[in-house]
Design a protein around this ligand. Sequence first.
Ligand code: CUA
Length: 124
Amino acid sequence: MRLSRLGLVPVVVVMLGGNLGAAQTPGPATPAEVRQFTMTARRYQFDPSVITVKKGQLVRLIITAADRNHGFKLEEFGINQLLKKNQPAIIEFTASKAGTFIFRCSEFCGLGHAKMKGKLVVEE
Ligand code: CUA
């Protein structure tokens, strides 16, 4: 009697171990929900200068100013970020409304500063 009860113990341990292993298996992330763009800012343009996403998507921009400080201003989404030379800035926002929105440089960078801009297209 006593021996057979002891014999059950290792079986239970093995089953628990199996369950823990299953719980730790990483599930798939949801990268489809995030639209990520790597962008460069230099006199006097953003590259790419047109970004197209779908309404509701989380947008992540990684922008590096290549030649001097610039800025990134997307007024409709309340974004105004200084881009320091060679320091990638990460900007995240949800494309909560459809339309075409102009983003522009918000740090004076020379004679072409006022013309340094691009376009965010949010599709319905
Ligand atoms: Cu770039 Cu102002």
